[in-house]
Design a protein around this ligand. Structure first.
Ligand code: PEP
Length: 249
């Protein structure tokens, strides 16, 4: 399969106050001094996007949100629309993260609707999929992610910029990672499911791996067939750790 340039994206989750912007600044400075071989993005909480955008101005680091509502506007207290993310300077958005699927009951259909909204606003979605530990132990990992690809990727993605992130739920924030063989098996299956779903439009979008990526394991994971980058949680909060992953790409 043709591979596009790797993408390493940091997901700050519900972490970070104004004082944390020094980490983004340190990252931007390091990458200006020595540019990365990959695309780099930071996805801070919505409250920090605009300020982080000012911090990252003139750097190559891209900016993303962590979720958006499927509707453009309206009576959805507490929610943020895709257009609002664009308005504060985001160009990407993480959608369907397992913490939203598990904690907020998001279904594949909900995720697909959010992807449509993101595309309509001009955002590049990073669509998360991944099996639970019970599903992995039952030998259903490939079946689960293939179903999630079919249900979470709307047909309108064909021809658009997007990424899929394979994040085994049991590997997120736990320090556990699948073996490199397991990562390859799932990524190859995800690629096949993307092509089944989108035809040629599913051939090149990067498939990121996410789940306890750190400087010490990034190089071997990023070298696995069909791994097109990484989605990084905890290790993206500190510039030095995140740089260690970026430099491995
Ligand atoms: C994530 O939340 O997307 C993630 C991969 O987290 P961590 O890197 O901390 O496991």
């Amino acid at each position: 399969m043709k591979q596009s340039v790797k993408l390493v994206a940091g997901n700050w989750k519900m972490n970070g106050l104004g004082a944390s912007l020094g980490e983004a600044e340190a990252l931007a400075q390091a990458l200006t001094a020595q540019p990365a071989n990959c695309r780099v993005a930071l996805c801070p909480p919505a409250t920090l996007i605009e300020r982080m955008g000012r911090t990252l101005a003139d750097s190559a680091v891209e900016l993303g949100g962590q979720d958006c509502h499927a509707e453009k506007s309206g009576a959805f207290t507490g929610s943020v629309s895709a257009q609002m993310l664009v308005d504060v300077g985001a160009s990407l958005v993480i959608l369907g993260h397992s913490e939203r699927r598990a904690g907020f009951g998001e279904t594949d259909a909900d995720v697909a609707a959010k992807v449509e909204a993101a595309l309509a606003a001009g955002l590049e979605p990073i669509i998360c999929i991944g099996e639970t530990l019970a599903e992995r132990e039952a030998g259903q990992a490939v079946e689960v992610v293939s179903r999630q690809v079919a249900g979470s990727l709307p047909a309108s993605l064909a021809g658009k910029a997007f990424a899929v992130a394979y994040e085994p739920v049991w590997a997120i924030g736990t320090g556990l990672t699948p073996t490199l063989e397991q990562i390859e098996e799932v990524h190859v299956a995800v690629r096949a499911a993307m092509v089944t779903r989108l035809g040629q439009g599913g051939e090149t979008a990067p498939i990121l791996y996410g789940g306890s990526v750190k400087p010490s394991n990034a190089a071997e994971i990023l070298a696995v067939r069909e791994v097109g980058g990484a989605l990084v949680g905890g290790a993206s909060l500190k510039a030095d750790d995140f740089l260690g992953i970026i430099r491995a790409a």
